[in-house]
Design a protein around this ligand. Sequence first.
Ligand code: UD1
Length: 419
Amino acid sequence: MQKLIIKGCRELGGKISISGSKNAALPILAASILANKVKIKNIPLVKDIFTMIELLNFIGLKTKLIKKKNIIEIINNEKKINTLAPYKLVKTMRAGVLVLGSLLAKYKKAKVSLPGGCAIGTRPVDLHLFALKKLGAKIRIKDGYILAEAKKGLIGANIKFPSISVGATENALLAAIKAKGKTILKNCAIEPEIKDLILFLKKLGANIKLKGRTISIKESKKINSKISHQIIFDRIELGTYMIASALLAKKGLTINKIDPKIIRSEIDILKKIGISIRQKKNSVIVKKSNKLKKINITTKPYPGFPTDLQAQLMVLLTQVNGISKIREDIFENRFMHVPELKRMGAQIEIKEKTAIIKGPTKLTGAEVMATDLRASVSLVLAGLIAENRTIINRIYHLDRGYEFLENKLKNCKAKIKRI
Ligand code: UD1
């Protein structure tokens, strides 16, 4: 099994370019079932994307991934379509459940494995199914699979989500673009990745309007058969490298290929902690500061502070003067990095949904274990600031979502290698 070995306390500097967003690319790949010929640019080369491509191939689409250019071409010639998403593919990547909406919209039926729980929480799909049922789908659960059918096609409806879910909003959108009449989705997630999906669907010919947390979709008979789309940058990867720079880039580190406007709330929070951030049109320059201030924060749906940056922020807060608090309000079990960080010397206590972080503490290298994607990268950040050597096990979690992590960090002078 592969491991990462990090020699900590090296100053970082130079430039990093941010990759395309995994969480935008996944629903857009699922949406490509609705088209005939699609070209997607800025596709991140990470494991979850490869799994989604495998799923599209299994369904019967033809895919050509041009790795050197981060481009994928997808053709749906409507031959031998299999409206099934098998357990073996959905169990490793929950976003596989997103093909449900597209398959149901286009082929009026789908059989998709239930994704089950995962390390960070139970992660049910009840909200996905709630929306699809409102659109007229008949849904049964059998042998661990969702069996969905809409023999006469889906019908537009007024749907108010009882709570905000990124995946359920995406699945409902994908299903609704072929529903008869008008659909209104209320209390939607409005993450930039959802806005990117809406842009893609509009290129396909969908008639979609977004206002506040309400998305209206009017039936559109015309589906453009051939489209091209550029995936938005990965704001979580950006946030991760901003925190790395805030910890170690004395002379500043430039992070390119981004739009600072999209992560305004994250930038505001890092500035509040005392980090120096210079914003340009398509880049930010982040510098380490020695006067860091404590903060209390709660994770929230966009535009709030993202749960996907919670673990990374916690590492930063171990270096801040005083007691900071992070309340995790999205997932019930997302503090699994805490015991590992404590083994490296961090002083963190958990009280129900809140982590209480006492700083500043010197971290020291240790052998640690990655438990999920974002927890893993928080251990990388901890390793980068720790004295001596840190060994991170189970790094397949990292490979699910961070493109060229070691190379990007090595180019900024970090001592990191995979064995
Ligand atoms: C997406 C992101 C993930 C991010 C999360 C929250 C992708 C591929 N993944 O995950 O990186 O951490 O948004 O920003 O984009 N819930 C229900 N019932 C449902 C669906 C969700 O109760 O049917 C709950 C979840 O358990 C969780 C909360 O709603 O507590 C938010 O989850 P959701 O927004 O759906 O996350 P994902 O779409 O799975």
